[in-house]
Write a protein that binds this ligand. Sequence first.
Ligand SMILES: C[S@@+](CC[C@H](N)C(=O)[O-])C[C@H]1O[C@@H](n2cnc3c(N)ncnc32)[C@H](O)[C@@H]1O
Length: 345
Amino acid sequence: MAVDNPASKSASARLDELTDLATPLGIRTVVTLRIPDQIAAGVHHLDDLAKSCDADPQALARLLRFLAHRGVFAEESPDEFSLTDIGELLCDRTAGGHGAYLDFDSLGSRTDLAFLALPQAIRTGEPSYAAVHGRDYWSDLDADPAMRAYFDELMRSQQRTTAPQVATLYPWQQVGSVTDVGGGSGGLLAELLVTHPHLRGTLVDRPQPVATAAERFAERGVADRAEVVAGDFFSPLPAGADVYVISRALTDWSDKHAAVILRRCAEAAGSSGRVLVVEVMPTEPYVPHLSPYDLIMLVSVGGRERGVDDFIALGAEAGLALTATYSGTGGLTLFEFQADRAAED
Ligand SMILES: C[S@@+](CC[C@H](N)C(=O)[O-])C[C@H]1O[C@@H](n2cnc3c(N)ncnc32)[C@H](O)[C@@H]1O
């Protein structure tokens, strides 16, 4: 059997492969029509698959054969399709699963479609999501509770590995009160309050995640020590907590915006409080240049991946000096800042 050696292909053929839209959009189409789910449930014949999603059988056959050529399906006998190992991944509808991400009606596809206005993002350095979808990313989530719930669940699944580490890495025994700024649906704050029964907490975020967080605090038995505030981290934050945590939210913003958010935290923390930036530093393969993730942040929300020095520089921009760092697994890094007295003098 001939081996497909990319190096032996002409530059033109390689360019065609790099710019092909039929494959990524074709895969998203079969996911949206739930073809992989039907095959996994035992429906294999073209006519039955077409009936299941009200498709034109001939058009569907052309798409399935094209994707069979790309290794997504196998045509075991004429008009009988099965899933390859790639195709099986498309059935995963859990948060973070390929099926959930690639469905055209999902937040994942909406995020990727912001690339349609990439020239605008590159010219301006601003996100292109609104140019494609008519409103910015966060307003889109505000307007669609199901999409917001999916986003919160995705964050929660990531917090399952980070939150227990944040709860043990930092000396919370020395802290009385903590405010989680942009705390989402409350996974991290709940973990802190469960692990440290002396701690009181406040969570600030947009209205829907704040409501979900309140439910989570009740479920985990910490509602009597947790307050929720529907607010905006570009406006003054509730003052007086010992520690202001901002977890994995600065990556969503440009340097200019991220510095404003940090300044709001610094103002609320005052001279005695601390600001604790929690970030997952990009490790391979999710680093800029190797992965599209940094560009996804640009087109969707105008954010960017940053390294350690970038976070320290952002802190300085907001009048904060680094006082300690704590490292966990998988790139998890905690940056503790305090008001920069030298800068104040
Ligand atoms: C990437 S998520 C991180 C959530 C959580 N801190 C975590 O570590 O999983 C960023 C959060 O910032 C919130 N956010 C976005 N814009 C905001 C704003 N203007 N004011 C307050 N929160 C905002 C979002 O709703 C979202 O929950």
